[in-house]
Design a protein around this ligand. Structure first.
Ligand code: DGY
Length: 322
């Protein structure tokens, strides 16, 4: 029997899958991320770790766990929280959860600060009370831009980028993408997607959506210069990892109208959100919930459990990273 430490609250099925395979499960059972000092104590003597993106998996954590750890199963597609070379040096297998996370964010925090509850929104004085007293908005109030015929630029046409592009096609958008290599020809054909350099993608994109992993190479991939290329009628969406965008530069661009707006699910210094973002009306902020459907979160957690069970049984992991 091996000891599997689970560093966050996961669906019962996941813990059940691990116990059914004969393992002892030690799980952090409180809401929110486990504080570091408690995490270091929790992992002691573990054979396997099931981790969330909120936990840094590094030499210190592996030392605290001890020499028995054979696998780190990260419950996320992204694994920038895991020091993969350090794990590899110690012969610890690292896995992630690709192929489950397919849905872009479906909820928005709508900023009603200027909108009285009993009436219509009143942006910039464009609304007024009608004779009926029911509240009337001007014809031009709250106008946005349609997506039909516009261009979506996808930075990173992996599984999630493709899923986003498919949905955008349903809105009649044209797809450009940038990435390290050409996408497979069937994907290019299905999406009618054209590969371009980042600069061209930013200049042509009405919406640019980030879908690439975070690493030293992608740190601040989008900064002040790139936002200037995007321009005052275009939008930036980041559901990947916060630090791929220079958040300070983004706040400035949103304040100055260098770009039209942004939709963010991730932040450079999570869980802290740049205070400048909270003041703005041209940004939609979500608290890293891109994967937050019952189906996706359950699927990711079960995949992490399958990886642990496979490695502890001496088999190949299902979805190793690297
Ligand atoms: C992922 O899968 O990388 C998500 O960001 C985790 O919620």
């Amino acid at each position: 029997m091996a000891t599997v430490v689970v560093t966050g609250r996961l669906p019962d099925e996941t813990l059940g899958a691990l116990r059914d395979a004969g393992h002892e499960v030690r799980a952090w059972e409180h809401d929110g991320p486990v504080p570091r000092d408690q995490l270091l104590a929790l992992v002691e003597g573990a054979d396997a770790l099931v981790t969330l993106v909120t936990e840094r998996v590094d030499a210190e954590l592996l030392d605290a766990a001890g020499p028995g750890v054979r696998v780190v199963a990260n419950v996320a597609v992204g694994y920038d929280n895991v020091d993969v070379p350090v794990c590899a040096d110690r012969g610890v297998v690292v896995t992630n959860t690709p192929g489950v996370l397919r849905r872009p964010p479906q909820t928005w925090r709508w900023r009603w600060s200027s909108c009285p509850r009993a009436g219509w929104a009143r942006p910039s004085g464009s609304c007024g009370r009608g004779r009926s007293g029911s509240g009337v908005c001007s014809y031009a109030a709250l106008l946005g831009r349609g997506l039909q015929g516009r261009t979506l630029g996808i930075v990173g046409l992996g599984g999630i980028g493709r899923a986003t592009a498919r949905r955008a096609r349903a809105f009649g958008m044209h797809i450009l993408y940038t990435g390290r290599r050409d996408a497979p020809s069937d994907v290019v054909e299905e999406l009618g997607a054209r590969r371009v350099e980042l600069a061209e993608l930013l200049e042509a994109g009405d919406v640019v959506s980030m879908h690439l992993p975070y690493s030293a190479a992608t740190h601040h991939l989008v900064g002040a210069d790139e936002l200037a290329r995007l321009g005052p009628t275009s939008y930036l969406v980041n559901t990947a990892r916060g630090p791929v965008v220079d958040e300070e530069a983004l706040v400035h661009a949103l304040q100055e109208g260098t770009i039209a707006g942004a939709g963010l699910d991730v932040y450079e210094h999570e869980p802290r959100v740049h205070p400048g973002l909270l003041e703005l009306e041209n940004v939609v902020l979500l608290p890293h919930v891109g994967s937050a459907t019952v189906e996706t979160r359950t699927g990711m957690a079960l995949l992490a459990a399958r990886n642990v069970v496979a490695v502890l049984a001496g088999e190949d992991p299902v979805t190793p990273v690297g």
